[in-house]
Design a protein around this ligand. Structure first.
Ligand code: 5GP
Ligand code: MN
Ligand code: MN
Length: 480
């Protein structure tokens, strides 16, 4: 391609500033990871994002980065909140797609033999797939409350305990959310989906901890080898998707001037200070709250499923939320840039916040060791728990990767894999029990469609943006 890439040092590559670029771009990757993104549009896309007004320092592609809608998945862009802009495509369609991990005190030994019962029961009790309702059937008034208050609504309605809020980014409630800025159409799409996984890449996975690399941080997070944990990955369903779509169309209509300056229409952005920038931010914050409630309801229902399967109360099984992190958001944050405090819209699309030890926004329980970061791998590979690294504020506006990252498209995956075979192989070779709404989903999400999560995490760890704490391996997995 025509993208110039210069190596700055190990794992750090730069696309130098030229032409209408407002800053350089950086790619954080090993040579092996870099090779995976030379064929698609990832590099061109991260370069394009440097045309956005207010881009600060550089646009950054994380080690798991790959091609997305306009802005690459695995992209971080910090745009000045006074003179810059905010871009829905740089947040992503699935607003506050994210992951949460719940601990248990069960061991893999105790669980073995009950995998099938557990996977069946989870599948039967946790709504998934394209259609088909959520855990609660809500009216529009409830939707407004959820959008405004996030997990606080779940607490009041018996789907959470106080401690769940403390172990969630932003304590499960994003400030500045305005339900009135979310369209009726978006609310209608969301109201039957509260507490549902959705389809495709979203999943609930029971895992066992195979390695703890850092005993001190592992202890602070309550992680031990052989322990069973639960990982939940989903977002804001139709509500978030509709919200992204609504604002992209409005921005395209009202901010043609800015749009015409950008190399890709998919980067459409509202200038900071405009009415649409404020409206989108308020609507996005509301969709963020919706997604947190979604993951909270699924987690709480999972506690009830475990109670039935193992015949003990969830409290007895120590089923506490370790942490919930968003990986598709923008947030107004203060960062030090060239010795000066600046307000920035930090866009993290397929990127995870990774604040280091001592940062005031890290929950008290983890402040001494750093924010937990959860990196799913695939249904056949490991996943990781990291902690925000010392260098993250300097290198990545406090961010790291969000997964292994896709290697091939869904269409390609379906040509390459057959769902039934994948499922059978996982069960026979690795004792991983998968249950999905459709075989196509299993093929599209086969372990082979993802990059090597170990390599992604190694680069994050070496750069000191997110340090390895523990590794897990799948036991049961349900998908839409
Ligand atoms: P995304 O949010 O970009 O769709 O996905 C996040 C990451 O989740 C992917 O990059 C991939 O590494 C991981 N992932 C996808 N499916 C599964 C699964 O079934 N189990 C686990 N543990 N990880 C998955
Ligand atoms: Mn998602
Ligand atoms: Mn996601």
């Amino acid at each position: 391609d025509d993208v110039t890439l210069e190596q700055v040092r190990e794992y750090v590559w730069e696309i130098p500033q030229e032409g209408d670029m407002r800053a350089p771009a950086r790619v954080l990757a090993s040579e092996a990871l870099l090779e995976e993104i030379t064929e698609d549009k990832t590099l061109a896309q991260i370069k394009n994002t440097t045309h956005l007004p207010g881009i600060t320092n550089y646009a950054i592609c994380m080690p798991d980065g790959h091609q997305g809608y306009g802005f690459p998945v695995g992209g971080v862009g910090a745009l000045d909140a006074e003179n810059g802009c905010i871009s829905p495509g740089a947040v992503g369609y699935d607003i506050n797609c994210g992951v949460r991990m719940m601990r248990t005190n069960l061991t893999y030994d105790e669980l073995q033999g009950q995998e099938e019962e557990l996977v069946e029961s989870l599948f039967a009790n946790i709504p998934s797939g394209l259609g088909g309702g959520g855990i609660v059937e809500a009216g529009i008034d409830d939707v407004d409350e959820i959008l405004a208050r996030g997990v606080d609504w779940a607490l009041e309605n018996g789907h959470a305990v106080e401690e769940d809020l403390l172990h969630c980014e932003d304590e499960g409630m994003r400030e500045g959310a305005d339900p009135d800025k979310v369209s009726q159409k978006a609310k209608d799409r969301g109201k039957n989906q509260i507490g549902s996984l959705g389809s495709g890449n979203h999943f609930l996975e029971v895992q066992r901890v195979t390695d703890v690399f850092d005993d001190e941080v592992g202890a602070a997070y309550g992680l031990e080898e052989d322990q069973i944990v639960v990982l939940i990955h989903c977002g804001s369903r139709g509500l978030g998707h509709q919200t992204c779509n609504d604002y992209l169309r409005k921005i395209e209509q009202q901010h043609q001037g800015l749009l015409n300056q950008l190399p890709d229409k998919e980067l459409a952005a509202a200038p900071a200070g405009s009415q649409l920038a404020a409206d989108y931010y308020a609507a996005m914050n509301a969709a963020i709250n919706f997604a947190w409630v979604n993951r909270q309801l699924i987690m709480h229902r999972t506690r009830q499923v475990f109670e039935r399967v193992f015949g003990r109360s969830w409290e007895e099984m120590d089923m506490h939320l370790l942490y919930d992190v968003a990986h598709n958001i923008a947030k107004k944050e203060t960062h030090t840039v060239d010795g000066e405090e600046r307000e920035l819209y930090v866009h993290r699309k397929g990127a995870t916040r990774a604040f280091p030890a001592g940062h005031p926004e890290v929950p008290k329980a983890y402040r001494d060791v750093g924010q937990p970061v959860i990196i799913p791998g695939s249904m056949g590979a490991g996943s990781y728990v990291l902690r925000g690294g010392e260098n993250s504020m300097d290198l990545t506006f406090g961010s790291t990767a969000h997964g292994a990252g896709r290697l091939m498209s869904r269409t390609q995956a379906k040509n390459e894999f057959w769902g039934g075979d994948v499922q059978q192989q996982l069960e026979e070779q690795d004792r991983i029990y998968v249950k999905a709404q459709s075989g196509a989903t299993v093929a599209e999400e086969a372990p082979g469609v993802y990059k090597d999560v170990d390599e992604v995490v190694r680069v994050s760890d070496e750069l000191g943006i997110g340090d390895k704490v523990a590794r897990t391996f799948p036991v049961c997995n349900i998908k839409g």
